[in-house]
Design a protein around this ligand. Structure first.
Ligand SMILES: N[C@@H](CCC(=O)N[C@@H](CS)C(=O)NCC(=O)O)C(=O)O
Length: 231
């Protein structure tokens, strides 16, 4: 294990967060260039013609797609696997990762995180408040209910922690960073599940790092200000 690893992509992207988690969970050393694709597209295009992050440079060679990168990291390290060996578990994990990266992406990413963090704090435009409210009141309850039904108290999605848990928790965190709160009385299993996932040392470390970032401090101040206006 002596390849030079460099991750490209701003840390709040839920797709990038999956890879940061995997790198930390596996105890790998890596460099990180937090390029923001929405404002630094040319730089991203040098490595990925799709224009998206994350990109992992492995001895300078780009590997794209968060899921492919995490799979490669499983093979590379041979420890702390995020993709189960068991065929049935693997199928379930990949289905849920796919659900997170598409459905949760739209509910907590496009309608919340993009509106509340990316547009105002990276691009300098107002986000669409109606899109946020619509997602918060109509779509988030549906997906949280689905997750509540799927989870078993005190457990990860499958027997062991997997990429499904990382994808789901990463998208929900994007919503929470945008000011969304989960109702503990309606979704107790989801709340306990997230506590369990976020308390894994590698996750705790990345959350602490994110929370001390200027953008998140500014965003939090904005929401507090919003609340004072409403009250
Ligand atoms: N399927 C890709 C999606 C990556 C993706 O959409 N990343 C966003 C960041 S949140 C991005 O780079 N968007 C800019 C763009 O697509 O132009 C993956 O899993 O890595």
């Amino acid at each position: 294990m002596n390849k030079k690893l460099k991750l490209i992509g701003y840390p709040f992207s839920p797709y990038v967060r999956k890879v940061i988690f995997a790198l930390e969970y596996k105890g790998l050393e890596y460099k990180h260039d937090p390029i923001v694709p929405f404002i630094e597209r040319e730089k991203v295009l040098q490595y990925n013609k799709q224009g998206s992050v994350p990109i992992l440079l492995i001895d300078g060679e780009p590997l794209t797609e968060s899921s492919e990168i995490c799979k490669w990291l499983d093979e590379y390290t041979g420890n702390n696997f995020l993709f189960p060996e068991d065929e049935m578990e693997l199928t379930k994990v990949q289905e849920i990762e796919q659900w997170a990266d598409s459905t949760l992406m739209s509910v907590f990413g496009g309608s919340m995180f993009f509106q509340k963090i990316v547009l105002p704090f990276y691009i300098g435009q107002d986000g669409n408040e109606k899109a946020f409210e619509m997602s918060k009141n109509n779509y988030a309850p549906q997906v949280l209910q689905e997750l509540e039904s799927l989870l078993r108290e005190g457990e990860f999605i499958t027997k062991e922690l997997s990429i499904a848990d990382i994808a789901v928790s990463s998208w929900i965190r994007a919503g929470m960073l945008s000011g969304f709160e989960i109702d503990n009385t309606k979704y107790p299993k989801v709340v306990n599940y997230l506590k369990k996932v976020y308390s894994i040392p590698a996750y705790k470390k990345l959350i602490e790092k994110e929370n001390s970032h200027d953008i998140i401090i500014k965003a939090k101040n904005e929401y507090l200000k919003d609340k004072r206006i409403i009250e």
